[in-house]
Design a protein around this ligand. Structure first.
Ligand SMILES: Cc1cc2nc3c(=O)[nH]c(=O)nc-3n(C[C@H](O)[C@H](O)[C@H](O)COP(=O)(O)OP(=O)(O)OC[C@H]3O[C@@H](n4cnc5c(N)ncnc54)[C@H](O)[C@@H]3O)c2cc1C
Length: 288
């Protein structure tokens, strides 16, 4: 299939891109890596009047660490994240999650901003953003604002952002030194979207767990921060019984739907199994 006709614009600045989105009154789409948008156009699932290609805006591609936060320009490629020394040192959970995103050619084009704006519930980046309590910086017709992960994802493939909003930056708090982490996922084939994925981070002090972060992908219309499961670990530590209790609680916290890939019950079962697996591996990492 070929895409329907559209106007094409390649602005050189963020202001110009937003002005174009405003000019089309909600009927233009941002083109980033095109790894999700182009298939949607080809299948005629989207018929925008125009594409606003942001790939030539140099100010949208960077990775910077500042004051305990790692900031990514929205058009930073997933491949750049996979090999960034800053990400390896400060956000190893994100690096591990990146290796689950499709295949190498997809990561060479796909962007962090596109993955988050696309809001596929099975995608890895939205789950990491949710687990670590990150945020996005958005520029719209009325200027810039920051939207926290918890306020961003509305339902399947839908965020709370307006059609005229451009994601310009994704911010994640750097992980504490010595934190354990794991991204566990089950997919039918390597490179497929997750049926369920779990992002986990733990910080240990002796037998205690001072901080736990858990979020799911693929177990409902949006990524879910599994706070009640985290609380079990922060109260009871990271022994086998506490991990099993947290995994069981995680499965109660998600509200998956059934689809052609898996039933809701199976996704709930996977949430329990993968949460336990992610926590055990995160604990091993934390203990060096
Ligand atoms: C075979 C295959 C396998 C894949 N497997 C996975 C996988 O396992 N996990 C995974 O997470 N992804 C997977 N993907 C998707 C891939 O990671 C995409 O890169 C990602 O979903 C979208 O990023 P993009 O930069 O390509 O965005 P695009 O495809 O260019 O855009 C996607 C959507 O986001 C909007 N958008 C993009 N950038 C912005 C912005 N800065 N501000 C506002 N809106 C914006 C677009 O308008 C569009 O609606 C796969 C893709 C393919 C083709």
């Amino acid at each position: 299939m070929k895409p329907p006709k559209f106007d094409y614009h390649a602005p050189a600045s963020i202001d110009e891109a937003v002005a174009l989105l405003v000019r089309y009154g909600g009927d233009a789409k941002v083109l980033a890596g095109g790894q999700s948008l182009m298939p949607m156009l080809n299948f005629r699932l989207a018929r925008p009047a125009a594409l606003v290609d942001v790939n030539r805006i140099a100010a949208l591609a960077y990775i910077r660490e500042d004051n305990g936060t790692v900031a990514f320009g929205a058009v930073t490629r997933q491949r750049a994240i996979e090999f960034s020394p800053v990400v390896a040192a400060r956000l190893p959970l994100l690096r591990e999650a990146t290796r689950w995103v499709g295949h190498l050619p997809i990561r060479s084009r796909g962007t962090i901003g596109g993955s988050i704006a696309h809001a596929d519930p099975s995608a890895e980046y939205p789950a990491v953003l949710t687990a670590l309590g990150g945020e996005v910086v958005v520029q719209g017709p009325r200027g810039r604002r920051t939207v926290k992960a918890a306020d961003l994802f509305e339902t399947y493939l839908t965020t709370t952002l307006a059609a005229e909003d451009l994601v310009v930056e994704v911010r994640l708090p750097a992980m504490p030194a010595g934190a354990g982490y794991a991204f566990e996922e089950f997919a039918r084939r390597h490179g497929d979207f997750a049926i369920v994925g779990i992002a986990a981070m733990v910080v240990c002090a002796g037998d205690r767990c001072t901080t736990a972060r858990l979020a799911s992908a693929g177990a409902g219309p949006v990524p879910v921060r599994l706070r009640a499961a985290e609380e079990i670990l922060e109260r009871d530590g990271l022994g086998a019984a506490a991990i099993e209790a947290a995994a069981a609680r995680a499965a109660e916290l998600v509200q998956p739907d059934s689809d052609v890939h898996a039933s809701a019950d199976y996704r709930r079962h996977l949430t329990r199994v993968l949460t336990g697996r992610a926590l055990r591996r995160a604990l091993t990492v934390a203990r060096g």
